[in-house]
Design a binder for this molecule. Structure first.
Ligand SMILES: *Cc1c(COP(=O)(O)O)cnc(C)c1O
Length: 456
């Protein structure tokens, strides 16, 4: 250690001296002593390291200012809203479906005491499972319903409760990995059901299922291949054929739909996704899907089907371990009510975004580009594509109009916008930073414009 370094280190104020700085006194008053002390220690530690590397000791005022910055960092939650300008509607990394206002309010309203498990008419203990059940049955024609934590939990529960120790037949083409480590063969192993793979990757026939049925078979499982598509020489057995085969052999036909659309995606020029109603109409005993994909609600797993199997599921001990929270039930109910009132396309964000027409998107993009140009930014409106995302409708896109930012390298702009408050997520296309307003909520446009102007 040189004399110079020693001299600088001696200048470093003590914690006590820092605590006497006027700004720090304010910090203690506002955020408490323990947290302020932690921030001071971090700042002094960093300053010491910098001095050892040859830098001069900052002034006490500078250190107080740094303490303020560190305090803000310590207080900042790690989870906060972001503006999604990627054009991917169900963005799994950005929390999947954004909720309708009514769903948000319902979740907030039940965050205090509520009648979650209390029957107010009878004046006695009730069940949390009644809350969304009636609505789900009315909307889909199902006999009974059960809501759990997510679709992965729904599949695990169905297999564990109804096929443990027995065989479940599934097509090789449907042994999928959904992402985040959710692989059908692994879930099957976890449940204790025995997987029987039939057919090949690209072609599975009814006769393949039939030949695999033994005295140990409990279930024929269909899994929606949500996130990829086999093109070319391919064949999957239809759900109706599977149901007929299951009935003839007294087996359970079960459908893991994944996305759980209650409305037809074909009306937006996309491929028709099998709806929940169609799956039930095909005659399956159980169908399960996510709450936060095409349904447009909070994270949940919905299981619909016959009263006999749903009551078995409700009684299984695993159900308690994957149970749904009161706020999710409230948000799900509010979301389902939009379908009941036939207003889903107008009120549920994922459907609003899918339904947004090109002319409207074009207007919004032009208005934003115009404002950026007035501030001297080279912003241009170009044709592009949005995606549904969330492992639904793979490879399919919706035509859109993008705002492309030129004159600033995308590699510089993208990280800068990821650190604004709130962060802005865009896309990089052909080395250019682009924003798709389809996924930007109406109330976010002013913020988006302000953040862009500040960053450019
Ligand atoms: C998305 C998906 C799942 C997993 O759903 P989570 O709600 O994310 O647990 C399971 N199966 C299929 C077919 C899916 O598409």
């Amino acid at each position: 250690m040189t004399d110079d370094v020693r001299k600088e280190l001696r200048k470093l104020p003590s914690v006590d001296r820092m605590l006497k700085q006027e700004r720090v006194v304010d910090m203690v008053a506002q955020h408490g002593r323990p947290l302020t002390l932690a921030a001071i220690q971090d700042v002094l530690g960093a300053a010491r390291q910098a001095i050892l590397q040859g830098q001069n000791c900052p002034t006490a005022a500078q250190l107080a200012q740094q303490t303020g910055v560190r305090l803000a960092e310590l207080l900042r939650p790690s989870l906060y809203p972001v503006i999604n300008a990627t054009g991917v509607i169900i963005h799994t990394n950005l929390g999947r479906a954004p909720l309708s206002l009514a769903a948000q309010q319902a979740m907030q309203a039940t965050s205090q005491y509520c009648n979650l498990e209390y029957d107010l008419d009878a004046g006695e203990r009730g069940s949390r499972y009644v809350h969304a059940e009636e609505l789900l049955c009315r909307l889909t024609g199902a006999e009974a319903a059960l809501v759990v934590n997510n679709d992965a939990a729904a599949v695990l529960l169905v297999l564990t409760a109804l096929a443990r120790g027995r065989e479940v037949i599934i097509s090789r083409g449907q042994l999928v990995e959904i992402g985040g480590g959710f692989r059908i063969p692994e879930v099957m192993a976890q449940s204790g059901a025995h997987l029987v793979e039939v057919g090949t990757t690209n072609r599975t026939y009814l006769s393949d299922y039939e030949a695999a049925i033994t005295a140990e078979t409990a279930m024929l499982l269909s899994v929606h291949t949500s996130n990829f598509r086999v093109i070319g020489f391919a064949h999957e057995t239809s759900l109706a054929e599977l149901v007929a085969l299951a009935r003839a052999h007294n087996l359970m036909p079960v459908d893991d739909l994944g996305s759980g659309a209650l409305l037809d995606t074909a009306r937006f020029g996309l491929t028709h996704e099998r709806t929940v109603q169609e799956s039930l109409a095909a005659g399956v005993d159980l169908v399960c899907f996510s709450g936060d994909k095409l349904l447009g609600g909070p994270q949940a797993g919905v299981i619909l089907g016959t009263s006999e199997y749903i009551s078995k599921l409700k009684r299984h001990p695993l159900t308690r371990a994957v149970r749904v929270s009161k706020s999710v039930l409230a948000g799900l109910q509010a979301t389902l009510q939009h379908y009941l009132r036939d207003e889903a396309l107008q009120t549920i964000p994922v459907w609003q975004m899918m339904a947004a027409d090109l002319e409207q998107l074009s207007k919004r993009a032009s208005a934003l580009a115009e404002r950026l140009r007035l501030a001297g930014v080279d912003a241009r409106v170009v044709d592009g594509f949005s995606a549904v995302g969330g492992g639904t409708l793979p490879g399919e896109t919706l035509p859109t109009r993008l705002v492309a930012i030129h004159g600033v390298p995308a590699q510089t702009l993208a990280p800068k916008l990821r650190h604004t408050s709130p962060p802005v997520m865009g896309r990089i296309e052909n080395e250019t930073f682009v924003l798709d307003l389809r996924t930007v909520l109406p109330g976010e446009e002013t913020d988006l414009q302000r953040l862009l102007l500040a960053s450019l």
